[in-house]
Design a protein around this ligand. Structure first.
Ligand SMILES: [Zn+2]
Length: 305
């Protein structure tokens, strides 16, 4: 197995205001050392937003620094347009989502559908993590239907030790401390099923996530790479923004409530029976064993909500 499961049952400490004493925000500058720095990688300009948009909003509300990164520019992710025009459009969509969530965003200039786990890209991912001085790094797992998703998982794993090695990419200062690396959730079963180590109640920011995601027009209302003119005509038009929100709210209520049901036991363990059973919408993450391994108490402080 590639992942260990900490035993949370033995630690129920409430440590959300103890970041400096736990030494968790170790990569920030001295004047902001109580604030966490989080970077979320997705393969395309919508993946990080879908997988962790709720947590991104929760961290941002507490003043922590979050960046959503798309490793490819999404330039073949539409049925009717492609190339530079689409990359620009999707970069703008991703930036708008980030603005609405209160976080930063970045789209790397790598062609959609052409990501490979190369040394060049390993260096690029390492530099991006170092430049953000990340304490937490989130990515896809390296098992997924889409090759770009898979290779983001591989590239981030490949960086999970190198970010702290001074003579790898010596042009960018290494991190003081290896971050905690996590995978965002998926439903793939082979070689092993996603195992949730952190499941977060996103009820309080669900509406904000929906409103932010509604900026992903090319994907949500036009269907992205596998969309069509018929699909686009079947979704509410831009002239009906409230109808668009209703449409999207239904989709995400379904997805996020399925996550909450799937990880109900973990929600009850994290929040107690009363709140854990009442959570409607959730996001889930699994610890990668290649980065720093947090104790259960540290994990609570890294997800202080
Ligand atoms: Zn994708």
């Amino acid at each position: 197995m590639l992942c260990r499961k900490p035993n949370y049952l033995i630690v129920m400490l409430f440590l959300t205001s103890c970041l400096p004493s736990l030494g968790l925000a170790q990569n920030a500058d001295a004047d902001s050392e109580s604030k966490l720095r989080i970077i979320v990688f997705g393969a395309h300009p919508d993946d990080a937003e879908y997988k962790a948009g709720g947590c991104a909003a929760l961290w941002a509300k507490q003043g922590h620094a979050v960046k959503l990164v798309s490793v490819t520019n999404g330039d073949i992710g539409h049925w009717a347009m492609a190339g530079g025009a689409l990359a620009k459009r999707r970069t703008a969509e991703s930036a708008e989502v980030a603005k609405r969530l209160g976080v930063a965003s970045q789209v790397l200039d790598i062609h959609d559908g052409e990501l490979v786990p190369s040394l060049e890209y390993r260096r690029q991912i390492t530099r991006v993590i170092r430049e953000w001085k990340a304490d937490i790094v989130i990515s896809h797992r390296p098992w997924d239907y889409h090759p770009d998703h898979r290779y983001v998982g591989v590239l981030v794993q490949d960086a999970a030790y190198m970010v702290a090695v001074p003579f790898f990419c010596p042009d960018t200062p290494p991190l003081n401390s290896n971050p905690v690396f996590l995978y965002s959730s998926d439903r793939f079963l082979k070689p092993y099923r996603f195992e949730a180590d952190v499941v977060v109640d996103i009820d309080s920011v669900f509406e904000q996530k929906v409103r932010a995601l509604s900026a992903l027009e090319s994907q949500i209302f036009e269907g992205g790479a596998l969309g069509s003119a018929e699909f686009t005509a079947s979704t509410p038009p831009a002239s009906q923004p409230e109808m668009r929100l209703d449409y999207l709210r239904k989709i995400w209520a379904d997805r996020s409530s399925k996550e909450a049901e799937r990880f109900r036991a973990e929600l009850v363990e994290r929040y107690g029976a009363e709140r854990g059973k009442a959570v409607q919408y959730a996001e889930a993450f699994e610890i990668c064993e290649y980065g720093r391994q947090p104790t259960p108490a540290e994990l609570k402080a890294l997800f202080p909500f």
